[in-house]
Design a protein around this ligand. Structure first.
Ligand code: HEM
Length: 479
């Protein structure tokens, strides 16, 4: 069979498409797919990359030929030293082993036990919100999802959390900053240069190691594996998990896995929610319909896991928001382990392949009027008819997001809990722009005005109702 020629985006010699890719990767990759079709080649600093944007090709790379397309060695070389060697950052046998041992921690039964912690934390965080004030919703969502991942991963309580989660969160954000820098400059800027990012590598990693190693040691009072305390959290699951030979993960493996989960498990969900609040503020009819569903189904009650099946529109809103703004806007690069094919195209060993959910989700052949926010499009019939990898916020194949059910449950519960109590309106002075880093975040945050809703709440919620200033406090403020 004669292999077809992959269309080439051209560009300057050696530099290739680097300027476009660094300036606006979202529009560059989308433009590439729209101009050249389902497979296209581009160059950056002399290296060749192939973008695929056809659901069948995606299936080949992520599923049927997954063994031929491990994560790229460059991506792993960047992420491994920063985040440790866990699910996100390993390939092959080590990845397989970690996945098998971590999987039970994400079984439906286990993750449903976290639902109440999610709504409790949403209520306690938003108890601090005052009617009429403006808050950066990106920061609020990040803090909330970080507390949730701390609680579910390490069983920390709220008071311990605000210190510890903040410390871990700070270290992780420093490491993410380094990783974002490295994804562009890794082979070009040496790590000994006295740059801020280079100075924060070691201390941030060291701090994380210390905190998490401390937690692991605390759960083995006598230092042995025989007496690991099961606190019902993910860390316990990881420490107790055994393979078929009775082997457990080493402490270093548990530590690195915990860091990987912490990293993968909060900024993604927080960005999904941040963009959802933004989209709702721009589409009041959607926000009205969402609130109508919440008011009818919940009648002021805090949502529980059992309510989710009766909140289909809430789920449609989340799905449509992740279609337009998929938190993982591009997957880690995949690199051909041997000469092979994708469709009728020949792929040489070493070739790096990009798959971008952001691009896939904006293809008009699957999503008519792709730039429009229309939660109603996600009907069961439409989902049934959609090719399997046309919509892929959680990736696919053996490396599909291990936390996808956790994340969907979390996003729906948090949206329902908060939208029931508050309306969030975009601050008129806000500047809104995408910032595609490791996840798709907002460049200038998301300042929003908070309006407490007047709806009836049940007794439990009344005790937690948004504190309104008493007459005296109000006078004090006015004075
Ligand atoms: C809306 C929220 C989330 C989104 C959009 C998301 C998206 C993704 C995507 C696209 C991948 C695949 C990356 C690739 O193939 O290169 C992935 C992997 C992963 N995610 Fe998520 N994720 C979310 C939440 C979570 C949560 C809550 C956790 C854990 C608590 C988590 C843990 C992981 C892990 C460990 C991996 C690596 C899996 C592997 O390679 O075996 N994610 N995620």
């Amino acid at each position: 069979m004669i292999s077809k020629q992959i269309p080439d985006a051209g560009g300057l010699p050696w530099v290739g498409q680097m300027p476009q890719m660094t300036q606006d990767p979202l529009q560059f990759l989308l433009g590439l797919a729209r101009t050249h079709g389902p497979i296209a080649r581009f160059t950056m600093f002399g290296k060749s990359f192939v973008l695929i944007s056809d659901s069948e090709y995606v299936r080949e790379v992520l599923v049927t030929k997954a063994n031929l397309f491990p994560k790229s060695s460059r991506d792993l070389a960047i992420m491994g030293p920063l985040l440790g060697y866990g699910l996100l950052t390993t390939n092959g046998a080590q990845h397989k082993k970690l996945r098998k041992l971590a999987q039970p921690a994400f079984h439906a039964k286990r993750i449903t036990t976290y639902a109440d912690a999610m709504t409790d934390l949403a209520l306690s965080l938003t108890d601090e919100w005052r009617d009429g004030e403006t808050r950066d919703i990106n920061v609020e969502m990040l803090q909330l999802t970080m507390y949730i991942v701390s609680k579910t991963l390490f069983d920390t309580d709220r008071s311990a959390m605000s210190g510890m989660a903040d410390q871990i969160g700070h270290a992780i954000h420093q490491l993410q900053e380094v990783a974002d820098f490295d994804f562009t400059w890794y082979d070009l800027v040496p790590q000994w240069l006295p740059l801020r990012v280079n100075r924060q590598r070691q201390p941030a990693r060291h701090m994380l190691d210390q905190i998490i190693e401390g937690m692991i040691a605390e759960r083995r009072p006598d230092g042995s594996n025989a007496h690991v305390e099961d606190r019902g959290d993910l860390l316990s699951m990881l420490m107790l998990a055994e393979d078929e030979n009775g082997e457990r993960l080493t402490d270093d493996e548990v530590r690195d896995e915990a860091i990987n989960l912490f990293v993968a498990g909060h900024e993604t969900t927080s960005n999904a929610l941040t963009w959802t609040w933004y989209l709702l503020s721009q589409h009041p009819h959607v926000a009205d319909k969402l609130r109508a569903e919440l008011d009818t189904v919940l009648a002021g009650r805090t949502p529980t896991l059992h309510d989710l099946a009766n909140l289909p529109y809430t789920q449609q809103v989340i799905k449509e928001s992740m279609r337009l703004y998929p938190p993982a806007w591009v997957l880690n690069g995949r690199q051909a382990a041997a000469d092979c094919t994708i469709g009728d195209y020949e792929i040489k060993q070493g070739q790096v392949i990009f798959i971008a959910p952001y691009v896939m989700h904006r293809l008009a052949q699957h999503f008519p009027n792709p730039e429009e926010f229309q939660p109603e499009r996600f009907t069961p019939a439409m989902e049934e008819a959609l090719p399997r990898y046309a919509y892929m916020p959680f990736g696919g194949g053996p490396r599909v997001c291990i936390g996808n059910s956790f994340a969907m449950m979390e996003a729906q519960l948090l949206l329902a809990t908060i939208a029931q109590r508050f309306e969030l309106q975009l601050d008129p002075a806000a500047r809104v722009a995408t910032q595609p880093m490791i996840t798709l975040t907002t460049k200038y945050g998301l300042p929003m005005q908070i309006r407490a809703r007047q709806h009836a709440t049940d007794t439990a919620d009344k005790q937690r109702a948004v504190p309104q200033p008493s007459v005296d406090e109000a006078e004090l403020v006015l004075a």
